[in-house]
Design a protein around this ligand. Structure first.
Ligand code: NAD
Length: 501
């Protein structure tokens, strides 16, 4: 493919500056609200990947020596710069992802929480110290950085998910290579520039754009110590298996099918508000979106009615118009795939209560209205697959046990929620459900930054969750030192195995 001179070009960020690719390969970046190609993003060659890894490797030598107070100072300054540039960053998110501005600002706020957490890096990197573990012997642990680490991120949170990763990674003293989604790559460059303005030395944070070629090279390169990945389950599994086969530490977060269990005693209006917000916010393109409501006992009819009443009021249109609440989907192909699940559900015998295909938005944007599908059963494709669009399926269950069974039998286990006024039922649910993040009357239970984020089952491959305390663990390795300052008067040869005395 030749690169047109007329169209905006999005290039890599290497060693502190924009670095155009010479690979001759690129991808299209669409404006999902108009359907137009608005930019071309460079795709890296293996030589360019080797170069950026070498840059990050050299930068590590000095960065790991940089005092904790200096690292914290840079993170504080970065936090302040993002704060002051929220609207500009949100504008980029809306332009390339399509989400409405208010949602983009929410993404930035949740991403910033992770930077704020990492500002406490001097405290987070304290080791342990045991004085007099044996006579005259002290033992202490030191968390140390890994070296060059990589982050590979999905299209749906182009600012927040990178912040989940790089704030802790660089705070811990690693150097970082971000391979953002090729569908909305500009936010990563904006953040790279703010990091530089905050005083981050060149080479500590780099952005390399690309496709499978770039991911595969990062997964196999000897100088990449760890890979943090967020994306769909098949790719997460592939990244985990390939990266670990090459001896790397890998955490790979995958897709989801989040169920919201509504018990008969729940406040129906509150449950309906929560279901609508969590199913259709960001056009359903959130890994913590509610895609299935399980209505227990007799609550189903009331709930369907309450949800249906709310849907005609939702405003769908371009994300940069403040009156709109839901923007387009990311690509035309994805929009059409989501629509095919709606058609398939009707063919398989479900009831189409609201059909989003009927919503019309002028122009050629990738819009799809909201859909509500009732009487869904667990054998239908719309139930089994992660649709990742504005489609809410409702499954009827006679009992709590039947509803819980659906959640626990599902291959995914990212988030789940229960809506009830019965504290005992909620406690039983949190004890029994197989999911990594649980909401009690909270539909999108994304943990605050000082906890960690992660699903179970096919929603996460690896041992550590993302950000928070697990993030610090992932981006460091611990060294334990056993130390004695011998008193020369007691020194003697002893070939026995060392024991505490
Ligand atoms: P994706 O898996 O298509 O892409 C994610 C990253 O992997 C991108 O950087 C992409 O370039 C790269 N990639 C794509 N195909 C590849 C291949 N064949 N080989 C190597 N690399 C490849 O995901 P997406 O469509 O960008 O994002 C949506 C998905 O991410 C959904 O499934 C969603 O649930 C999931 N997600 C999960 C979480 C979580 O925390 N669990 C958070 C956000 C998104």
């Amino acid at each position: 493919m030749t690169i047109s001179q007329d169209i905006k070009r999005i290039s890599h960020w290497v060693n502190g500056s924009i670095t155009p690719s010479t690979s001759g390969r690129h991808g299209n970046v669409f404006n999902p609200a108009t359907g137009e190609v608005q930019a071309h993003v460079d795709f890296a060659s293996t030589e360019e990947l080797d170069h950026v890894i070498e840059v990050a490797k050299q930068a590590f030598k000095t960065w790991r020596n940089t005092p904790l107070s200096k690292r914290a100072d840079i993170l504080f300054k970065f936090r302040d710069l993002v704060d002051r540039n929220r609207l500009e960053l949100a504008r980029l998110l809306t332009a390339e992802h399509g989400k409405v501005t208010s949602d983009a600002l929410g993404e930035i706020a949740r991403g910033l929480e992770n930077v704020e957490f990492a500002c406490g890096i001097p405290n987070l990197l304290k080791g342990n110290y045991s004085e007099q573990a044996s006579t005259g012997v002290d033992v202490y642990s030191i968390p140390q950085p890994l070296g060059v680490v990589a982050g590979i991120t999905p299209f749906n949170f182009p600012a927040m998910v990178p912040m989940w990763m790089f704030a802790n990674a660089i705070g811990c003293g690693n150097t970082f290579i971000l391979k953002p989604s090729e569908k909305d790559p500009s936010a990563s460059l904006f953040m790279a520039d703010l990091l530089k303005q905050a005083g981050l030395p060149d080479g500590v944070f780099n952005v390399i754009h690309g496709d499978k070629l770039a991911v595969d090279h990062l997964l196999s390169h000897k100088d990449i110590a760890a890979v943090s990945f967020v994306g769909s389950t098949p790719i997460a599994q592939y990244v985990y298996e390939t990266g670990t086969k090459h001896g790397k530490r890998v955490q790979a977060l995958g897709g989801a099918k989040n169920h919201m269990l509504v018990l008969p005693d729940a406040d129906v209006n509150m449950a309906a508000d929560a279901a609508v917000s969590a199913a259709y916010g960001s056009a359903g393109e959130r890994c913590m979106a509610i895609s299935v409501v399980v209505a227990v006992g007799g609550v189903g009819d009331q709930l369907i009615e309450a949800i249906s009443e709310r849907l005609p009021k939702l405003k769908v249109g371009p994300g940069n118009d403040p009156q709109n609440e839901m923007g387009p989907l990311i690509t035309r192909e994805h929009r059409d795939k989501v629509a095919s699940y709606i058609a398939g559900a009707a063919d398989q015998g479900a009831t189409l209560v609201v059909d989003g295909r009927k919503t019309e938005v002028p122009g050629n944007g990738f819009f799809l209205g909201v859909s509500l599908i009732d009487h869904v059963t667990s054998d239908m494709a719309c139930y089994k697959d992660e649709i990742f669009g504005p489609v809410l399926c409702v499954v009827r269950a006679d009992t709590y046990e039947e509803g819980l069974g659906l959640i626990n039998d599902n291959p995914y286990g990212n988030g789940t929620a229960i809506f009830t006024r019965d504290g005992g039922a909620a406690r039983k649910f949190q004890f029994e459900c197989n999911a990594g993040m649980v909401g009690v009357n909270v539909p999108i239970p994304v943990p605050v930054a000082y906890y960690s984020f992660g699903g179970w089952k096919a929603s996460l491959f690896g041992d550590t969750h993302m950000y928070g305390p697990d993030g610090i663990k992932f981006f460091t390795r611990t060294k334990v030192v056993t130390s004695r300052w011998p008193d020369p008067s007691t020194s003697k040869v002893d070939l026995g195995f060392p024991q505490t005395r």
